[in-house]
Ligand binder design. Structure first.
Ligand SMILES: [Zn+2]
Length: 329
């Protein structure tokens, strides 16, 4: 199988190839991963492979099915989904899909439904979908995308083949960022890859919309404010990311690198995985080894808590109090 435009994630590619190369694409595939990790790109590649008429490696990219799929005009590839927000994907949308699900494909061997943002499906919508997944017609393939499989009903999870996509190696991320945004310098691309945790789409968006610059300026100040005698600076600084999920994620990734550097320095070694060595050095003098280790752990815990879909303002409040506590403040 060929994966043009989808970087890294080799385990996922191997698993998918093992199905597609034998001509056995699963009837229901769930792609989980953070925003910007290429979930939709991968879904479209699988859909293209499902309609491709080549007898060789799929998708071939040149047959009439592939050309229509690439231009977004294949009648047997149907995109559906909510707007990504919670409960925006209703039962009516699934009912509409069900009506056309049992009609044979127009031209290809398969009919593919891509359901993006499946975490926005109401429970009713998921149960309606389940009815189709229980006895799918032979020609039908469902591809669902979401942040985490845990956001869907266990009955849906158990009827899908789950593929996980995520961060890619720094070098791959740097190359992809510079290909998409040619005016970016290698240094800037490397830093953006770190700030956005190796998620190419987030790094590209972050550079384009200014979030990257904001995070690079803000994160070292927030790191210092965590260790400050009183909470005022931390509240003022985090107020700037109170409504911005992408910036908040970038700040968490950067804090993780700064606190790790500070911990290594405090332990008597040299380290510079963060791009703020001066900040890390200052913090290593303000906090104990135990407090720095607690901060590294706490930032990891906060990053995992992002999957719970907590309200952004509440999350920032929680973040401030947890970080202050870990720093013994
Ligand atoms: Zn083809």
């Amino acid at each position: 199988m060929r994966f043009i435009g989808f970087e890294g994630n080799q385990d996922t590619k191997n698993l998918l190839s093992s199905f597609v190369d034998r001509g056995r694409i699963p009837h229901a595939i769930l792609i989980e991963g953070p925003q910007g990790s290429g979930r939709r790109t991968l879904a479209k590649i699988i859909a293209q492979a499902a309609v491709c008429s080549s007898g060789d490696e799929k998708p071939c990219g040149v047959c009439s099915h592939c050309r229509k799929a690439l231009s977004g005009n294949h009648p047997d590839i149907i995109l559906a989904g909510g707007d990504g927000s919670s409960r925006s994907f209703h039962i009516d949308a699934v009912r509409q899909l069900r009506e056309s699900a049992y009609i044979l494909p127009n031209e290809a061997e398969h009919k593919v439904f891509i359901l993006a943002g499946a975490e926005g499906m109401t429970e009713q919508a998921q149960n309606a979908l389940l009815k189709i997944l229980e006895e799918p017609p032979k020609h039908l393939i469902f591809i669902l995308t979401c942040e985490s499989r845990s956001q869907l009903l266990p009955t849906i999870q158990s009827r899908t083949v789950c593929l996980t996509v995520g961060a890619v190696d720094v070098d791959l991320a740097v190359n992809a960022i510079m290909r998409i945004l040619p005016e970016t310098s290698p240094e800037e691309a490397r830093q953006a890859a770190a700030v956005f945790g190796g998620i190419i789409g987030q790094a590209v968006n972050g550079i384009s919309d200014g979030t990257f610059k904001q995070v690079v300026g803000l994160a070292p100040q927030i790191a210092l404010a965590v260790a400050a005698p009183n909470e005022i600076d931390l509240l003022r600084l985090t107020g700037k990311i109170e409504k911005d999920k992408a910036a908040c994620d970038g700040v968490l990734n950067t804090l993780s690198l700064i606190f790790r550097d500070a911990l290594v320095l405090r332990s008597g070694y040299n380290s510079s995985i963060s791009s703020s060595p001066d900040t890390a050095a200052s913090i290593s003098k303000l906090l104990t080894k135990g407090q720095l280790a607690a901060l590294v752990e706490e930032v990891d815990r906060l990053k995992r808590a992002r999957l719970s879909n907590m309200n952004q303002t509440l999350f920032v409040t929680l973040m401030c109090s947890r970080l202050r506590e870990a720093a013994g403040r």
